[in-house]
Design a protein around this ligand. Sequence first.
Ligand code: PLP
Length: 811
Amino acid sequence: MLKPPSGPIGAYGYMIKANKEIYLDVNATTPVLPQAAHAAFDAMEDLFGNPSSVHTSGLRARYLLESTRDLARSVLGAGEGEIVFTSGATEAIQMAILSTLCDFRKRKQQCDIAGKACKLLYGATEHKAVPKALEHWNEVLDAGCEILEIPVDSRGALDLEFLKEHAPHAAMVCTMAVNNETGVIHDLRAIENVLRSVNEHCKWLVDSVQAVGKMKLDLATTTIDYASASGHKIYAPKGIGLLYVRKGASVVPLMAGGGQEHGARGGTENLPGVAAIAAVLKMLDISPNAEFASHDSLENFRDRIVQSLTEAFPTIVFNTPFETSVATTINFAVRGFSSKELLDLFDAAGIRVSSGSACGSGAVASYVLDAMGIEKWRSEGAIRMSFGPMNTEKEIEMACDRIRQVGRALCDSCLMVSNDPVTQTGGRVDGLVQLKKGSMCTWLLMDSESSQCVIIDPFEELSERVETLVRCQGSRVIAILDSHNHVDHESCRSMQLKVLGQYIQPRANSGDLLGWPHEPDGSVTLANGESAECINLFNGLVLAAVKLPGHTVISNAYLVGKPVDGKLDAANILFAFCGDTVLMGGIGRTDFESSSVEGMFDSLHRLSNIISSDATVICPTHDYNNEFATTLGCEVKTNEFLASILDPVVPMRREDFVAAKPGVDQGIQDESNSELVCGLIKDPDAVSTGTSVDIPPDGLKEFFASHNDSLIIDVREPHEFSFAGDWHKMGLDQPPRNIPLTRLTGCLPELIAISKSGRQIVFLCRSGRRSGRAASVARRVGLSNIWHIAGGIAIGSSRQEPEYADPGYVI
Ligand code: PLP
């Protein structure tokens, strides 16, 4: 039978620690308080009656419903206002807006002063539920109102002058009490003074979701007409919320039915949800409450977290203006890191945080921070940590320790320079590292033994990361090379040479236009008989340069391979860095002034005679669709145009290529709207690369029983992997091999060989996204026997019996 967790409230803190998870994402949702879970359970077991029934079961249910309404009134200071229970805040917001617009349609002339259109105003940092609902109901009801965003200043405060100017013609103003991303507290009294000085009748909705339980609201002492709240933000379950309605304000039911909620909302009430929220409201109604951390404690928690963050990340910038925000929200960004990188790392360390707003999808900038005019990198890299009054001192202490460990892991991975150089203990970085920003790729060949490093296609936005890596590894940079003179961006080669000063080997400073040294180490003979200059790398490898005009006239391919007796055969070339000559899904465009169409035709043929079509991994300058790298064989298979150029039987004629290429380039131009695309002719969806076979997280044991020599690869970055003991939970008794996605391309030659031997390769990561990506990259370049674990370790681990479970608590 379902049983709620037993034990005192403190047991909740225990749950978090025993499971080694620190939940700092309370603004997204809170865990359910044991008292609330108990109350919901009791309501299901004992108070299952329908509140509309007139028998004893119904009366008992009704009593719970109405007494909870009174409790909510008391906590919100609602006076004679009404409380309507809803499924959550989003519904409450709809109800307030629908009611206002229905009302407005009846009395349109009241608002339409001096022939001006009626306005609906909302704060620029509102939760999306507000503007979306305004748009939706304005359209559905054909209300014809003008919807206007009230700007905010750099501290997130509403522009009251704007409000003053537009409020006289407003049917509704929507503002929030506390912002969910930044924690900024809105000055409701100041808003009220301005609003009511110019418009007494306009309806005012205050989204109070993030304020309830954190501050006194005293709604009845204000002229707020509607206020929304949500159970799952205050330790009750999801599916219960409420709308406060000021006495006299109208309510139009969103759902018509049996007249429940005093006619405001049809449908049998969610009694377990009501019982759960009652348990929380009861605790909030007693002040001070011993179960909840006091305001002073919360401020102290914030100070400690801020201190640990500052120690962990020397380049941190806080987006939350602390003096005007609740103590429980900390929004920040760390220079040089995307929010995805930080979120993955915190998650690996067992700290649950969110990037910007948890409700948004994709790695986009935060509209809240954008509205505050905060720099793009801070908005795109924003992380939100939020905690609540149920967090204990011990948890915060543990969180701070863990945050410091996260900082150390970044230093150990050479992604960050430590505050204290003595503790900078960078792990060894070897092989090919692929750094990406948007579509741009910068490649580093690194060898810790000889300390050698070659940088190919340096890109300004990645330069900080390259510099940190080189410094941390104490590398000797033997060359910084451009594959071509870029049309779409400036190379930052000379800047990087200057910044990396002491790490640059003298020869690297004196190269040609692309950085190729005037005095190479020698030359090798390539498969087509050509001789190519080369510089010596580590482990018997050389880096040879071949001229490859086309995309731009000055273009090189850099080939990395092991020559035998001075010959660098195709099969021995591991990597070809050929800029924008061959890319995933296309060949480089040749419609620039500095391009050569004929040159491109000749270069493609030359390249195909020099490198191996399936063993040489092509590393381009651009990766538009997150495909990492390719091979010539893979491109020929998926790109008809390239296939006919290189057709071994009837190859395309040079003049036909010259005639056809402008049309192909024209197509590229049409597809690109924001970015200058340097070469892409295929819609990635049109290229069938096959899919990897998924293993369900709980099917791993079974899988290994039949494939016990499989190679298991965890593709998380080393700093995440350093925290990851979680592969035990997948039934693995040994750690998997760590090949981070940033080094996957470098390992492709090895994986190609493993795959050819018939061994199974299984990729895994935290969520299944990166392992899915790795699997599709591997499949794309022709590997077979590729698997990945759907849903990742996160799902696998959560399916385990929870370590924190109270005996008898069965989910
Ligand atoms: N308003 C704010 C400020 C919120 O933070 C949220 C939830 O993230 C909502 C509204 C929506 O609440 P619910 O999930 O209860 O619909």
